[in-house]
Design a protein around this ligand. Sequence first.
Ligand code: PLP
Length: 409
Amino acid sequence: MYDTPALREQFPILQTTVQGKPLIYLDSAATSQKPREVIESMNRYYYESNANVHRGIHTLSERATQAYEGVRKKVVRFINASSVREIIYTRNTTEGINLLANTWGRATLTSKDAVLITGMEHHSNIVPWQILQQQLGFELRHVPVTDGGELDLDALPRLLDSKVKLFSFVHVSNVLGTINPVEMLVRQAHEVGALVHIDGAQSVPHMPVDVQALGCDFLSFSSHKMCGPTGFGIFWGRRELLQEMPPFFGGGDMISVVSLEQGSTWAELPHKFEAGTPSIAEAIGLGAAIDFLSELGMDNVRQHEIELTTYAMEALSEVPGIRFLGPLDPHKKGGVATFTLEGVHPHDIAATLDEQGIAIRAGHHCAQPLHERFGIPASARASFYLYNEPSEVDALVVGLRKAQALYAL
Ligand code: PLP
């Protein structure tokens, strides 16, 4: 395991204060903080190598291209992909899912087909399918969620039939923390001939993810939740599938030949899906984040979160009137504790905690259907990452009691 206090020193923002109090950042599921090396890798690029990629035959452009393209190899190793051709650069998870819907989805789906999602999806894995459904008229089904916050697997046989062409589901729920049984779900989907897309926004940053071991066909995730910069993400797909898919955005860099008379042909993978000048510094920042995470070891990151979540669930259980959403067992969930507190609105919880320098999330966390399922408009979520410590959980508990004293009595 690693030394958390020493690790925290690598995150400049964790040394700062908010509202005059030392910052306690428990909102990493929304976005993670960034270590110095990630920030400096981007600065270095701007100071020393800034140039457009792929185009220039000059030293800076070649240097920028090498750094930018080199990140693909790091991503390949990080998720155990087969080739850099499978690694598509996007802006975030949301863009990855929209890419899938608008390329594979638009080219494949008809009114006779169905797409299966689940009742615990982030809006980014609901809305792109709804938009496409309105245009193509396929059926959009979802796997219901149990009272315990897990997928209702008993419902799967009636939902997963040969009409389903894609099963797209979240690996780790951003609200419940539930870790879904990916391998088993992939096997069942493949048995009926459906492809599988995994929303890895909350899994890739927190645990080892091996696309070949999972057996999935597509995976999307965001750099900003894994110590990297905002505005950058990865869409991974099996090469033979990507090869067949039409492009997403059109423009420079994604073409082979453009002719006004004969039309255009597309560049080889992965560039077919990457139109226009990309986020170069951000790619380099993600590369530095992957180096940082790889050095720590993703098994260690996961272990740290299990230990901290175990501590948090025990400590939070002592707060009167707390009701958790999702599994209680830290081995069955990611590093989140999502709850309601009797008599205190989640926004009042968050505002009271903020006065004590504690950042948590309150609201529907871009998962309105899931909150509807549990009959509540909003919840409060504390989410942990590799830099959080038990003393921060203690401060959270004190803060919650304060909120209760202020609002509930
Ligand atoms: N999926 C899940 C499970 C998430 O938690 C999030 C973000 O919170 C997303 C998708 C969307 O990520 P982004 O906003 O980076 O596209």
